[in-house]
Design a protein around this ligand. Structure first.
Ligand code: ADP
Ligand code: MG
Length: 688
């Protein structure tokens, strides 16, 4: 029997009464399978003696005591039992808040094994958080005890008892879910043994083996699913492969001839890779990674040109209207002269114009549609959508990426991101994507000089920026809030826009942009900043993605400690886009948390987005990385792809080898896998 076949309700477990069943329900545990995979969140090693005297030298005391006497204090409902105990090192008091029933269980004169957290209070060693068991002579008292996630009306002891019962009733019948050869090769335990040992490990070594077994199993199934999906993508051709080497794409050549610069090596390689993908019979699924400013937009235009030359349509989707508009303007500037028809589609179009636009998309009069999530609104129909480009892909959820793909018939997909995905994650959630990386920046870029400044020194920062403005450059000022907020004593964009315009830089033109302004106002403001009419742009993190104004050389982020690393890096990436030396000032307030300090130091010491992303991952953990939450990644119960990287790579290798050998799991020894995947895929959805 498979673990997941134990769908019987927990009330089938001997000793699980209605109250326990209800409490378990609150933990999300309703079936026997759920109960057995309610893994401990920690294990307490009670094989090591810690006498009462050493209560403050270790986390917890672990000793054998004799009960000396009972005492009561308080009155009425507050009446509380106190039990005095003693081991061979010291005396202590157990304070039994709301546990008067312990009067009967802790009998004076008898011996008990005792575990608990103690402190020195009112002249004695005390604990109100302890557990005990009757001591029996001759039995090895030491063992490792599971600590479970709990809920109201459930104690560790109750949960342990129930799980022990469930293991006794069911474990022996459980089948292995990882093929036997692999179990042997990796020296893993059987499923039954692993479950038993993860809940009630006889010793540390066995616990490690049990954890390794269950982690391996999770990763193995994760990779099976990743591999299976990658295979499915390549199972049905969407086009014929070109007979000989693909011809040069004329539109691409013409664009390159018109550019005032040539592609960087990284851009060239990326274009070559996507051309190859788009020539293969199977749909492209490629992730293009490149630091801010590496020129990914141009690469996506090259892909669009190939799709169009082949008679299809392309969409380029961006997460904000500001960025989408900028892409649309660039596309108009660069691609319309080649005879392409570009449309800009957002949620803010007026009914009339929108109607016409939708008609043009449906009839194929439009070649490239640039826009926001409006591109996949219900009523939008494409004649022949062949390429989907998702810019800043981490800003979109899985469902949104799905929705846009559904508008075509297995279109090519190019996802772009300036937030590098560490290799381990690339193997899991993005495991069925091909990856291109642009490592270089266009020539002539100078690294942005970054300075930290205390809030009290802001006047010096403003002075420096005045010097840059005098030279004809432009500046950004970014704040964590749009408007003043009574609860937070922070500078906000609105008030600072006024202050900067009226008091600090009265001789320069200042404008404000944030997410609550209407699109028309945002658009005109950005246009005026781009053409230089406005020299100072005061903003919130709306300018984080994509905005490209090469003449802006100063980025000041106030309350920088309030921003995450990836936001800081993206914001800094708004400057340093032209040939001039650029500057970034991170202004911080005095009460810096340790985390805030670390982030600012990382920014000061690093320019490389890949390094910064790795640091970010270390600080926040993989679950927090945007775009990963929705991906099913968090369904991993024990495994952590970062920590378990070596195991992950081996599981991946084994899973892929098995898929290659028996893609449909038709061999007898792989029936179990087919069954597991058929019953309930362990991972609901992966990245795409
Ligand atoms: P990102 O990768 O951050 O999306 P963009 O596509 O916005 O970067 O490009 C940043 C800037 O670099 C744009 O102004 C773009 O025109 C310019 N650019 C792109 N490729 C090159 C190149 N090969 N040489 C010089 N400038 C380039
Ligand atoms: Mg970009």
């Amino acid at each position: 029997m498979l673990l997941r076949e134990l769908t019987a309700s927990v009330d089938h477990v001997r000793g699980a009464g209605p109250a326990t069943v209800k409490a378990l329900g609150r933990l999300g545990v309703s079936s026997v399978a759920g109960l057995l995979s309610h893994y401990p969140r920690d294990w307490e090693d009670r094989s090591r003696e810690v006498p009462l005297r050493d209560f403050n030298k270790a986390d917890a005391v672990c000793t054998t005591v004799t009960v000396l006497a009972h005492d009561w204090f308080g009155a009425g409902r507050m009446r509380t039992l106190k039990v005095y105990v003693q081991d061979n090192s010291a005396r202590a008091a157990l304070v039994c808040f709301n546990r008067s029933f312990l009067e009967k269980q802790l009998v004076p004169g008898r011996r008990y094994r005792l575990w608990g957290r103690f402190m020195y209070k009112y002249g004695e060693i005390q604990s109100s958080s302890f557990e005990f068991e009757a001591f029996s002579e001759g039995e090895n008292p030491g063992r490792i005890v599971p600590i479970y996630p709990l809920t109201r009306d459930l104690t560790q002891k109750r949960l342990r008892d129930i799980i022990a019962c469930a293991l006794k009733q069911y474990a022996a019948h459980l089948e292995n879910e990882v093929p036997l050869q692999i179990l042997k090769k990796e020296a893993l335990l059987s499923k039954a043994a692993a479950l038993e040992a993860v809940h009630f490990p006889p010793d540390v070594h066995r616990l490690e083996q049990a954890k390794k077994t269950l982690i391996y199993e999770e990763l193995f199934y994760l990779e099976l699913m990743v591999g299976k999906r990658a295979m499915e993508k390549r199972s049905v051709a969407v086009r014929e492969a070109p007979a000989r080497e693909a011809e040069k794409v004329l539109l691409q050549q013409r664009l390159l001839e018109r550019l005032p610069f040539s592609l960087t090596r990284g851009q060239e390689d990326a274009v070559a890779e996507l051309n190859r993908d788009m020539d293969s019979p199977y749909p492209m699924a490629r992730l293009l990674q490149g630091d801010v400013g590496s020129g990914k937009t141009l690469v996506s235009f090259m892909a669009a040109l190939k799709a169009v030359e082949r008679g299809g349509q392309a969409v380029i989707m961006a997460p904000t209207e500001l960025l989408a508009r900028q892409h649309a303007e660039n596309a108009a500037k660069l691609l319309e002269p080649l005879g392409l028809r570009i449309a800009f589609l957002t949620g803010n179009l007026k009914a009339g114009g929108r109607g016409n636009l939708l008609k043009a998309l449906a009839s194929g009069e439009i070649d490239i549609a640039v826009g926001t999530h409006a591109l996949f609104s219900k009523d939008v129909v494409y004649k022949k959508l062949n390429l989907v480009v998702v810019d800043e892909q981490h800003r979109f959820g899985v469902l949104q990426r799905h929705a846009i793909m559904e508008k075509g018939s297995r279109p090519d997909l190019l996802m772009m991101s300036a937030t590098p995905i560490p290799r381990t994650l690339a193997l899991t959630v993005f495991g069925d994507l091909d990856v291109s990386v642009i490592r270089d920046l266009p020539p002539g870029r100078k690294p942005v000089r970054t300075h930290l400044a205390m809030e009290s020194n802001e006047a010096r920062v403003y002075e420096f920026i005045r010097g840059e403005l005098k030279k004809g450059r432009q500046a950004y000022f970014v704040y964590p809030l749009i408007e003043a907020n009574a609860e937070q004593d922070l500078k906000d964009a609105q008030s600072m826009a006024r202050r900067l315009a009226e008091q600090i830089f009265p001789d320069y033109s200042t404008a404000l942009v944030h997410s609550r302004l209407d699109e028309e106002e945002k658009r005109t403001t950005m246009e005026r900043f781009r053409d230089g009419t406005v020299q100072i742009l005061v903003a919130t993190s709306v300018v984080e993605v994509g905005v490209d104004v090469p003449n802006a050389t100063c980025m000041t982020i106030e309350h920088a400690e309030r921003f995450g690393l990836s936001a800081l890096h993206q914001l800094r990436g708004r400057v340093g886009r032209g040939g001039e030396q650029s500057y970034c000032f991170l202004v911080y307030s005095d009460e810096l948390t340790d985390d805030g300090k670390t982030r600012l130091r990382v920014m000061l010491e690093n320019q490389d987005g890949f390094v910064i992303a790795e640091e970010d991952l270390k600080l926040r953990g993989p679950g927090q990385i945007i775009g990963i939450e929705q991906s099913g990644y968090l369904r991993l119960a024990l495994a952590d792809p970062l920590r378990d990287q070596a195991l992950l790579e081996r599981a991946r290798e084994a899973a892929f080898a098995l898929l290659k050998d028996d893609p449909l799991f038709s061999k007898a020894e792989n029936q179990v896998i087919a069954e597991v995947l058929r019953r309930a895929p362990p991972f609901s959805e992966l990245a795409l």
